[in-house]
Write a protein that binds this ligand. Structure first.
Ligand code: ATP
Ligand code: F6P
Ligand code: MG
Length: 319
């Protein structure tokens, strides 16, 4: 291969820029040019891209967001648009693609590979919900943002002896809620992967009050329900008044943590190696501290499993 392309797709995540940089620098190291495709699959369809040289990815390793912009592009699910994009790429001499994104983006990458355009997936999502890899780029930074926010909420919760509900991101995946709950010492954690027990949540708050605890923190992943909805249930069922904080998109921003930058470097470089070895339809991941590649299809035909031992542990530690 003499020229490949890179794009970022789906929700952005801190560390995507570091991954773009790694793809460009690693490919250049092997004498291969890299085109940066703008706005995810939207730009792919239109062939909206430009050459990324060594200098063009300088100064971005520490920047949140993605220099290439991202999008959710529903029309890319249709063959017609995938083929149109492949045509544009081939006309520009592009022979392979690195897709940095989540599970949806991976589906697009597999479709392209099946249609004869070699593509490799790099896991870039704060949700940490891609089967086959223990960590995704951006999860660590998002987790730290959430934990820092909860620490601040805890200060005011303690001063006013309030119970707080903190709503975090995660439509289908509870990793952010779970890890943040454990890291911040939340009394209850609600995740999409596990049925919640409202009586248990209530009794934990009441138990805290009875032992003169100054605050209570409940973390709810948005996929379970909105924080305000939970507040209403607690009021109606047990006359418990709570304050609600919805952390929202601040969780997707900010400078990537050192861990996410390292992961981005490892994954970006590995994706280039895979393409240059003539392999495609692969995803890169990390397991037991080893970076490896595996079948893209495995990344979405299996369901992501949250580590429920953390859930049990959190219940034991926060009482
Ligand atoms: N079945 C599919 N076939 C082709 N392309 C797809 C498919 N599913 C998703 N895509 C493409 O991938 C894009 C991103 O998918 P999605 O919105 O699910 O985000 P994601 O990559 O899972 O990231 P995250 O969930 O972290 O935000 C979609 O907008 C679409 O362009
Ligand atoms: O960009 P949008 O549409 O607000 O997406 C929000 C979703 O994206 C994610 O942040 C993942 O990127 C999810 O946690 C969240 O549910
Ligand atoms: Mg997704």
């Amino acid at each position: 291969m003499k020229r490949i392309a890179v794009l970022t797709s789906g929700g952005d995540s801190p560390g995507m820029n570091a991954a773009i940089r790694a793809v460009v620098r690693k490919a250049n190291f092997h004498g291969v040019e890299v085109m940066g495709v703008y706005h995810g699959y939207e730009g792919f369809i239109d062939g909206k891209m430009e050459l990324l040289d060594l200098g063009s990815v300088g100064g971005i390793i520490q920047r949140g967001g993605t220099k290439l912009f991202s999008s959710r592009c529903p029309q890319f699910k249709e063959d017609e648009y995938q083929l149109q994009g492949i045509k544009k790429m081939k006309e520009a001499g592009v022979e392979g693609l690195v897709v940095i994104g989540g599970d949806g983006s991976y589906r697009g990458a597999l479709e392209l590979t099946k249609k004869g355009f070699p593509s490799v997936g790099v896991p870039g999502t704060i949700d940490n919900d891609i089967p086959g890899t223990e960590y995704t780029i951006g999860f660590d930074t998002a987790l730290n943002t959430v934990v820092e926010s909860i620490d601040k909420i805890r200060d005011t919760a303690t001063s006013h002896e309030n119970s707080f509900i903190v709503e975090v991101m995660g439509r289908d995946a509870g990793d952010i809620a779970l890890w943040a709950g454990l890291a911040a010492g939340a009394e209850s954690i609600l995740i999409p992967e596990e049925e919640y027990d409202i009586d248990d949540i209530i009794s934990r708050i009441q138990h805290g009050i009875a032992r003169d605890k100054k605050h209570s923190i409940i973390i709810v992943a948005e996929g379970v329900m909105a924080g305000n909805e939970l507040a209403k249930i607690l009021k109606e069922k047990a006359d418990i008044t709570t304050r609600v904080s919805v952390l929202g998109h601040i969780q997707r921003g900010g400078s990537p943590s050192a861990r996410d930058r390292v992961l981005a470097g490892l994954f970006g470089a590995k994706a280039v190696e895979v393409l240059l070895e003539g392999r495609s339809g692969r995803a890169v991941g990390i397991k037991n501290h080893q970076v490896y590649d595996y079948d893209l299809e495995e990344a979405f035909s299996n369901k992501h499993k949250a580590d429920l031992s953390l859930y049990t542990l959190s219940k034991e530690l926060s009482i």
